[in-house]
Design a protein around this ligand. Structure first.
Ligand SMILES: Cc1cc2nc3c(=O)[nH]c(=O)nc-3n(C[C@H](O)[C@H](O)[C@H](O)COP(=O)(O)OP(=O)(O)OC[C@H]3O[C@@H](n4cnc5c(N)ncnc54)[C@H](O)[C@@H]3O)c2cc1C
Length: 365
């Protein structure tokens, strides 16, 4: 069996974007996915927001790749006809003591090259979104929403148009080393399913677990990962909002915010619940917490309209109470395994940043 140029483990948005970037460079690419379909993990359990890039520390990968990724993504959506909308987003201070937090966002945004934010005073907030209560707000015009499913399908189509392949129902159990690359084992097979010269571990929540099966990878290079589950409630009936609405961020997340889908329906979430394992079950006891958080900025909420939606789990490299960690893109200089890239902690804004992350991975390879 002759080796392919590159195998990517995981057909989420990151694995597919990396596969596409490598296939565009003329490489033979196979994306291996354990599930029977693409994008069934975090890539379909998120807010679907195209982030502007204002929250992340200047100089971090999150800041740089979010801003570049957002620009690439809007262009990609337009070129491919992927459903999206530049809805804009309001970030609210609901009390005077939250205004300095908005001032920090504004300064951070400018330092990150996001130069279109502007202040909105209460009278204008009332005009833009009559149901909201805020003492001041920031408007981010370049924030938007995307149809994640269409995005994933477009990435797969591009990859396949360049001769790449996606192998579904193929769970990678271990990775051996060969003279010039890797041997990938799936399920209980004794023989490798495929050999490759380069390997990209884009297994999302399972990336540290996959890394631990790679022969010769030094264990101390694998970071500790923390799991933070978030719930979403959908709002039955017409959305009272036309824009995305965010309170100030909380530790571990961006606060229980309002996102819209392309049909205009509103949903609220996600909260932050630290978990020990990947468990997507919906904890109905979160309802009171949601109602209280939402009423801070949307006092007229009729909580009977809130319906349990879905959950997603953030792959975090920082634990409760710790400052948010950056994305971690580990290449050969970091772990001494030639041809290997491990992607860890690709939480938000990973959907926005995916095309830029893919370029970064192609460059380090
Ligand atoms: C609650 C929440 C809200 C978010 N909101 C936003 C947002 O609004 N905007 C934004 O930009 N980002 C957002 N994000 C972040 C974004 O969703 C993620 O960064 C992105 O989806 C990560 O994609 P991925 O490909 O790394 O992971 P995944 O989509 O989870 O893909 C990994 C794939 O690897 C496969 N896999 C795992 N192990 C194996 C194995 N052993 N063998 C084969 N395959 C394997 C899995 O089945 C899975 O399909 C949010 C994340 C969360 C959790």
């Amino acid at each position: 069996m002759s080796p392919v140029d590159a195998v990517i483990i995981g057909a989420g948005v990151i694995g597919l974007a990396v596969g596409r970037a490598l296939a565009n460079r003329g490489q033979d690419v196979v994306v291996i996915e354990s599930a029977p379909a693409i994008g069934t993990g975090t890539s379909s359990r998120n807010s679907g927001v195209i982030h502007a890039g204002l929250y992340y520390p200047t100089g971090s990968l999150k800041a740089r790749l979010c801003v570049t990724g957002r620009q690439l993504l809007y262009r990609y959506c337009e070129a491919k006809g992927i459903g999206h909308r530049r809805t804009g987003k309001l970030i609210l201070a609901t009390s005077d003591d939250e205004v300095p937090i908005l001032e920090k966002y504004l300064a951070g945004a400018q330092a990150n090259g996001v130069d279109d934010l502007r202040w909105v005073e209460p009278a204008e907030v009332a005009q833009l979104e009559p149901e909201l209560r805020a003492v001041r707000a920031l408007l981010s015009p370049s924030t938007g929403i995307i149809d994640s499913h269409e995005y994933l399908l477009a990435l797969q189509a591009d990859l396949e148009a360049k001769g790449g392949q996606v192998a579904l129902n193929s769970h990678v159990t271990r990775v051996g080393r060969t003279g010039d690359g890797f041997a990938i084992f799936t399920s209980d097979a004794v023989e490798p399913a495929i050999r490759c010269r380069r390997l990209i571990n884009a297994a999302g929540l399972h990336a540290p677990g996959v890394a631990a099966t790679i022969e010769g990878l030094q264990r101390p290079t694998i970071p500790r990962q923390y799991l933070a589950r978030g719930h979403y409630y959908t709002l039955a009936g017409r959305s009272p909002f036309r824009r995305l609405v965010y309170p100030v961020a909380e530790t571990g997340g961006l606060g229980i915010h309002v996102t819209l889908d392309l049909a205009g329906a509103a949903r609220f979430g996600p909260d932050v619940q630290w978990r020990q394992s990947v468990d997507y079950s919906f904890d109905g006891d979160t309802r009171r917490k949601f109602t209280a958080a939402i009423r801070r900025y949307y006092p007229a909420l009729d909580d009977k309209r809130l319906q349990p939606g879905y959950t997603g789990i953030r792959a975090k490299l920082s634990g409760p109470g710790e400052p948010a960690a950056d994305f971690l893109i580990q290449a050969t200089p970091d772990h001494r395994v030639p041809g290997l890239v491990n992607l860890y902690g690709i939480e938000s804004p990973g959907l926005t940043a995916a095309l830029a992350i893919a370029e970064e991975v192609a460059a380090v390879l």
